[in-house]
Design a protein around this ligand. Structure first.
Ligand SMILES: Nc1ncnc2c1ncn2[C@@H]1O[C@H](COP(=O)(O)OP(=O)(O)OP(=O)(O)O)[C@@H](O)[C@H]1O
Length: 736
């Protein structure tokens, strides 16, 4: 051991030795080339300035970059020492089976203490200490955390922006003032039924109306969309009545956005439905309010005006958005950088309302902003002043167990919707999501999940895969696995209508084959057919945790495609075969396609212009990819124009965020992997609307996944929850 420590000292005593270890970690796939390149770059810069950096500092820089690649905003030195270096850094990766590894982080860093870090990080050219972080030094050291400067700036930007907005608006702060009275009337009209229990949707409307920044969070079907539409109606009622301090009678400019095109399209649909269902009869402004609520949802990138080839946007602090209220749905998918850019582009008096499920997987890129903001949502921590205001304005009396004299400003801005209207007590999907997300203390989450899975819920099936794994997976995904559900998936009803049994991929391919228009049919018939195929595709989706391996996208896609070909449902398993579903993996602004959009390749007659009219040419068949258009129609794209797409018979749970499918099937791998966590399983389950099936090669993998939570290192939650940090913004209400 002491020999090893001496060797480790030697590695950390010489830059070239350290760089050799970093290069080896890159070769093993433990670090990204980017991570070691950063260390090399910093070393060159420091040498050029005649102030060489210590190898320990270079190692810290490479590890900070490594952590960013894993979604952590910074490297937490104290946490690393506490949790163990290898665990905190996930090195070696769990799927690493290379027997010839060299150094482990725990071996290199054994015996490195606070003093060593402090000495190493004391480098005036490379590292600023938080309060001088306005310079250009590439790293920022704050407490036990080390940041790349850019991410420090994002975190501080989000913190500062939220801190200034986290206060009651002056026009609404007094519950007896005219603004609050108009709001109370609007809420009474929008929520006419007064139940004995607290109506959390009404509380959410009150809370969100009260301040410049708010979050409405809740699981699937808890009514986030329904609530935000009522909230917008209430805000417009107050604005039109001139009770919000804005120019009298002017309706608010509202914009709705989501992080991906797919999520935007889905919200587009559900918002339009919720707006049309709004009962406005009790509002003095009545129907006039409906017209002031937009139902068009855009992506955040489009809203902010992305500039191709740049991380910058057209809208920023000096060119803010022209909005009074910005609603961002699926906010769990918004990473720290995007949140910083969005807040920066919001005008000073503009409100931001975030909607999302705090328990879903965090964004792929660094940061878990929604999760951090909502850490204390379950216990609410509302102050007596908030509770009194809510009671005066909404009529709801929040239970005393949720009251906290010491609640901070952030707590007051968060509302958790606590009742699912989609999944009642008879829903296995709802029950399973609940125990996976929030198991009762005292017994393993797996035991609780098994109890639900074995309870015979009509909407749940689980299939332990043993022999003939490939064949069973393919059969399940092609035919829908109805026989795995109680009563063979027969006899369920939905809104008093009989419900068809769960589908697999066979369904949309049969729609494609059986409903294909006659060759000479007109353009509309072909468009309607494509829309029907796309809708049918949405009835089933296979989700998996990984990209690689037999249980990842790369193994499952050919497995399913070959199965479909053998079943005679597609004619080829490769290339642009008719029926190939594709997922867009990168935004393509020229085509108007967004990361996450799904299209299907279809064969149809070519179109040509004859005498000023577009006609089909039945003699000439072409392949085009149909994508759903925002207006409910179809957009056709030439396959050759699609550069960044992949077949999507199997989709990772990460990619599925923001989407829902009638029947969702989740397959887990046969061995543990770092991405397998409770959040991943929860997100997979909650993509299911009516049927959920789980394919398990090894139950132990599920058991272990359910015991692991995603933790992301960042300072945002701590900054926002720290009362002392908020004293400067507690000095008084904001002006509107
Ligand atoms: N207060 C309510 N009373 C009765 N039904 C409701 C209520 N609120 C919502 N619903 C119904 O519950 C379903 C889900 O609502 P909604 O789409 O608003 O939830 P969500 O949280 O946005 O869902 P998602 O999980 O899709 O994001 C809808 O059918 C809606 O009409």
């Amino acid at each position: 051991m002491s020999d090893q420590r001496t060797d480790a000292r030697a590695v950390l005593g010489q830059t070239e030795s350290l760089m050799a270890v970093l290069e080896q970690w890159v070769a093993l796939g433990w670090l990204r080339p980017l991570d070691s390149a950063l260390a090399r770059f910093l070393d060159d810069e420091a040498r050029a300035a005649g102030q060489p950096a210590s190898p320990l500092l270079l190692l810290a820089a490479a590890l900070t970059s490594h952590q960013l690649g894993r979604g952590h905003v910074c490297l937490d030195l104290a946490l690393m020492a506490r949790e163990g270096f290898n665990d905190a850094l996930s090195l070696p990766p769990e799927d690493d089976d290379n027997p010839h590894r060299h150094w482990l982080p725990s071996e290199l860093l054994a015996g490195i203490g606070d003093r060593d870090w402090a000495q190493a990080l004391d480098h005036p050219l490379l590292v600023s200490v938080d309060d001088q972080a306005d310079g250009q030094r590439p790293l920022v050291h704050h407490g036990s955390r080390l940041y790349l400067k850019r991410y420090w700036d994002y975190e501080q930007g989000v913190f500062q922006q939220l801190a200034t907005r986290l206060r009651p608006l002056a026009t609404l702060e007094d519950p007896n003032g005219s603004g609050a009275r108009v709001l109370a009337q609007a809420l009474a009209a929008l929520f006419p039924v007064t139940a004995a229990a607290v109506d959390w949707q009404r509380v959410a409307c009150g809370n969100a109306a009260r301040q410049g920044f708010s979050v409405i969070t809740g699981g699937p079907g808890t009514g986030k969309t329904t609530t935000v539409v009522k909230l917008l109606a209430a805000l417009q009622a107050v604005a039109i009545a001139g009770a919000d301090g804005n120019a009298a009678g002017r309706a608010l400019r509202i914009r709705l956005a989501a992080p991906t095109g797919k999520a935007a399209a889905r919200l587009n649909e559900s918002i339009a439905g919720a707006v049309s269902r709004l009962d406005l009869t009790g509002l003095p402004e009545g129907e006039a309010v409906r017209e002031t609520i937009p139902s068009e949802v855009t992506t955040l990138h489009r809203l902010l005006g992305s500039i191709p080839g740049s991380r910058k946007f057209r809208h920023h602090r000096d060119n803010p958005l022209l909005v009074d209220v910005l609603v961002v749905d699926e906010a769990s998918m918004v990473d720290l950088e995007m949140m910083a850019r969005t807040l920066e582009a919001l005008p000073t008096g503009g409100r931001l309302i975030l909607l999302g499920d705090k328990d879903q997987l965090a964004s792929v890129d660094a940061g878990a902003v929604l999760g951090e903001l909502c850490q204390r949502a379950r216990q609410a921590h509302y102050t007596p002043a908030t509770v009194a205001w809510l009671q005066a304005v909404t009529g709801d009396r929040v239970d005393h167990s949720l009251v906290d004299d010491a609640g901070c400003r952030l707590d007051q801005a968060i509302t958790l919707l606590r009742h699912s209207y989609r999944f009642d007590a008879a829903s296995g999907i709802g029950q399973l999501a609940r125990v996976v997300n929030d198991p009762e203390p005292g017994s393993p989450a797996m035991a609780q999940a098994r109890r639900i899975l074995d309870a015979g819920y009509a909407d749940l099936a689980w299939v332990p895969l043993g022999q003939d794994t490939d064949e069973r997976m393919a059969r399940h995904c092609i035919n829908g696995g109805a026989e795995q559900f109680p009563n063979d998936g027969q006899g369920r009803r939905q809104r008093d209508q009989p419900m068809p049994p769960p589908d697999g991929y066979r369904h949309y391919l049969e729609v494609m084959r059986d409903q294909q228009p006659a060759a000479e049919a007109g353009i509309t018939a072909w468009d309607d057919w494509a829309a029907g195929v796309l809708a049918a595709y949405g009835r089933f989706q296979l989700l998996c945790a990984l990209r690689r391996g037999p249980f990842g996208v790369e193994g499952l896609n050919p497995l399913i495609a070959n199965g479909l070909r053998q079943a005679g449902l597609i004619r080829s398993a490769e290339g642009w075969f008719p029926g190939r579903p594709v997922l867009v993996t990168r935004n393509d602004y020229s085509l108007g396609l967004m990361n996450g959009d799904i299209g299907i390749a279809l064969e149809l007659p070519a179109r040509q212009w004859v005498a000023g009219q577009e006609r089909v040419d039945p003699a000439h068949l072409v392949t085009r990819v149909a994508f759903p258009a925002m207006d409910g129609g179809v957009r056709w794209v030439l396959p050759s124009r699609l550069q960044e797409v992949e077949t999507v018979f199997a989709m990772t749970v990460h990619k599925s965020q923001g989407s829902e499918f009638e029947h969702t099937c989740l397959v887990l791998p046969d061995r543990l992997n770092p991405v397998l966590t409770r959040e991943l399983v929860y997100t997979g389950i909650t993509r299911a609307r009516s049927w959920f099936s789980l394919l398990l090669p090894d139950q132990q993998v599920l058991a272990e996944a359910l015991e692991r939570r995603v933790t992301r290192t960042s300072g945002l939650g701590e900054w926002l929850l720290s009362a002392s940090r908020l004293t400067d913004v507690r000095s008084g209400p904001a002006s509107d």
